[in-house]
Ligand binder design. Structure first.
Ligand code: SF4
Length: 460
């Protein structure tokens, strides 16, 4: 009998605070010298879709020590912050207010920054390298600051500050297989028993166009597998992951000891590696079936030391509620902004923006082009049904409900010509326990009713 292997995942979103960075790693496609710092006042707009998309964490990412750039310094002054650490502190606080657990991923942090962040950040990601690689033409030849604090020193500092951390083992950037194995053993012996260590990730190099390492080949599968085996030995009780795009290609890593997908930016996509689309969780589940694996969601924090911090209590409660609701629904209902009708991240979708009018009603205006016709010059009835369904679901979403359509009854009252502005309205009309009712209408520019619908929606 084959045993099912459990693989965990953290549903996440990512916010790039700035791509400005004082280093220039040869493999990096993220860094951009003059990239502005996101004003603190804008973060709420970036966090809200993640809350709506039911992420439990937000990864706040930036280049390393960006405050050495004058434009970042000026932006910090604009936000009345005396340091980048203070800015990160404020950003974490705002994330918690939105019910998101903030994970800070900004390269190496100073002890002072760790101390500033310890009360409000859920955790920090610590990059570790197997070798200095600072010689001519090597990965860190123009990134000497990448080595000012080695991963081990930063781990010590995080421990002293009482700051939970995740380890990112960057591999395939020029170190030898022996370097990698030694690194896994040494760091494992050093901190595998540390209550502040949350999980471990292997991050294999991927060539990025436009970087000095663009023509360097990625690690072959066998070498990635060997690292996973070493890390699984070195960290026997920890969640061990690779980035999601790699997992989708190599689910067989589960047999080598991989038991986690870690932080997975399903809600926003991965702005650090945009050339690798983030697969949906349903696809991941289907790949896992091939290796007798089953997916379950977890929180970004895994140890009692990390969770028992007063400032995080409310954020953790809200994240747990989200996680439990999703588990109870049995469906991975995530809004990754790629909905065919309303998703602003779906290049092939309709991208219709619904406006909320009151607690129960929303509308959108849309012109159907000739490609949406059924009979000549007349909008296809299936498309009208889609619009009505969407409008009704939005009227319920706006009331804070997450629903799926249970049934839909549409009446087509008049032919709807293509090329005219149509108004689609959804109105919540009531509920019976967890079944919610709504009405939808499509009207022409003269206000004439063209189609209407009633729907029942199941709350998830
Ligand atoms: S420190 Fe990070 S952001 Fe900066 S160049 Fe290196 S990998 Fe890129």
């Amino acid at each position: 009998m084959q045993t099912t292997r459990s693989v965990s995942v953290v549903v996440s979103g990512t916010v790039v605070l700035t791509r400005a960075c004082r280093e220039a790693c040869a493999y990096c496609g993220f860094r951009r010298d003059d990239d502005p710092l996101v004003p603190l006042g804008r973060l709420g707009d970036l966090f809200s879709p993640m809350t709506k998309g039911r992420a439990t964490e937000v990864v706040l990412t930036a280049g390393q020590t960006p405050a050495e750039r004058p434009h970042v310094l000026m932006a910090l002054a604009r936000d009345k912050c005396t340091s980048f650490g203070e800015y990160l502190h404020q950003a974490c606080r705002m994330a918690l207010e939105h019910g998101l657990l903030p994970v800070v991923q900004v390269g190496l942090l100073t002890p002072l920054e760790l101390k500033t962040l310890a009360p409000v950040a859920a955790s920090v990601r610590i990059p570790v390298f197997a070798a200095p690689l600072d010689g001519e033409g090597q990965a860190h030849a123009t990134a000497r600051g990448r080595l000012a604090l080695t991963g081990r020193e930063l781990i010590e500092k995080a421990h002293q500050a009482g700051m939970p951390y995740h380890l990112d083992f960057l591999i395939g950037i020029g170190e030898s297989p022996e370097d990698r194995a030694r690194m896994a053993r040494e760091i494992g012996a050093f901190c595998a028993a540390d209550p502040w260590l949350q999980d471990v990730r292997a991050v294999p190099f991927q060539p990025v166009p436009g970087t000095p390492f663009r023509a360097r080949p990625p690690l072959p599968f066998d070498e990635v597998r060997a690292v996973i085996v070493e890390l699984a030995r070195a960290f026997p009780v920890h969640a061990l992951s690779v980035p999601i795009h790699l997992f989708a290609r190599y689910p067989e890593l589960v047999g080598a000891g991989l038991n986690d997908l870690g932080s997975t930016p399903v809600v926003t996509g991965d702005p650090v590696m945009p050339t690798f689309p983030v697969p949906g969780l349903e696809l991941v589940k289907s790949r896992l079936v091939e290796v007798a694996g089953a997916l379950h969601e977890r929180l970004p924090l895994t140890t009692p030391a990390a969770m028992n911090r007063p400032a995080l209590a409310e954020g953790l409660t809200r994240a747990r509620e989200r996680l439990q609701a999703r588990a109870a629904s049995g469906l991975a209902l995530l809004d990754n902004r790629k909905c065919f009708v309303c998703g602003d991240h779906n290049p092939d979708g309709l991208r219709i923006a619904f406006q909320r009018h009151d607690a129960n009603t929303c509308t959108a205006t849309w012109v159907a082009g000739a490609t949406f016709q059924g009979y000549a010059g007349i909008v296809h009835g299936g498309l009208l049904s889609t619009l009505l369904d969407e409008a009704m679901a939005h009227s319920l979403n706006g009331a804070g409900l997450q629903v799926v359509t249970a049934d839909l009854r549409v009446r087509f009252l008049r032919p709807v010509p293509v090329g005219l502005p149509l108004t689609v309205t959804g109105t919540r009309t009531g509920n019976r326990q967890r079944i919610h009712f709504a009405r939808g209408t499509v009207t022409g520019p003269d206000g004439v009713l063209l189609a209407e619908a009633e729907g029942r929606f199941a709350e998830c």
